[in-house]
Ligand binder design. Structure first.
Ligand code: SIN
Ligand code: FE2
Length: 218
């Protein structure tokens, strides 16, 4: 049967468990990928991608931007959420409706209803860029899940446990894949391996984007 999205709704996706309360929704964002990439470019037109500095003085290999009431920033003084873009001293761009809606739908597909993110961090990876294992723990609201959308070149996503030393399993995340984690796995360690030399996608070339939606304030 010829499933055209217009007649039969979005492309059906599978739900793969990664851990307790954590799901990989393969292809969940595929139908909207082009619009999502356009929205990212619009946000970046106002809040440019930049390489932030960790409190330890390291330059992050992923370039970042944010949209929403709050954006995630790091500098010599620490990690935190800020209601202004430190580059412009202006509020962050609003979360585009298409992003907000996708985040809520993905959260619901993972069993988390009524997700209303107030922050969306946008990561841009080029060859060799990575994100070491970490917890998303700068948020006040730990009842809300994290929703993570992958676009562009594929990367290896690492998802561990509640301790840094817990063994992390690897999952290939491709264009349109969405990961949702919360509840028992809300604070689980995760990261991505360096973007491979040959990793690319027809639309973005050798670049990967990741959107992570969070609810910071209760
Ligand atoms: C993150 O944890 O902030 C990013 C993860 C990813 O790029 O998939
Ligand atoms: Fe994270």
């Amino acid at each position: 049967m010829n499933h055209t999205p217009d007649l039969f709704g979005p492309t059906p996706t599978t739900r793969e468990p990664l851990a307790d309360g954590a799901w990989l929704l393969r292809g969940f964002a595929l139908d909207q990928a082009d619009q999502l990439l356009d929205a990212i470019q619009r946000v970046a037109g106002q809040a440019a991608f930049r390489h932030q500095i960790t409190p330890g003085g390291h330059t992050m290999s992923a370039a970042m931007s944010s949209c929403g009431a709050l954006g995630w920033v790091t500098d010599r003084h620490g990690y935190r959420y800020s209601d202004r873009d430190p580059l412009t001293d202006q509020p962050w761009p609003k979360i585009p409706d298409i992003l907000r809606q996708l985040a809520a739908e993905a959260a619901a597909a993972g069993g988390y209803e009524n997700f209303e993110p107030d922050a969306c961090l946008i990561n841009r990876y080029t060859t060799g860029a990575k994100m070491g294992l970490h917890q998303d723990k700068d948020e006040e609201d730990m009842d809300a899940p994290i929703v993570s959308v992958s676009l562009g070149a594929p990367i290896r996503f690492l998802f561990g446990g509640s301790a840094r030393t817990d063994k992390a399993a690897g999952w290939k995340l491709e264009h349109g894949d969405v990961v949702v984690w919360g509840g028992p796995s809300r604070l689980f360690f995760h990261g991505v391996a360096p973007l491979g030399k040959r990793a690319e996608h027809p639309v973005t070339g050798p670049v990967r984007y990741n959107l992570t939606f969070r609810k910071v304030r209760i």
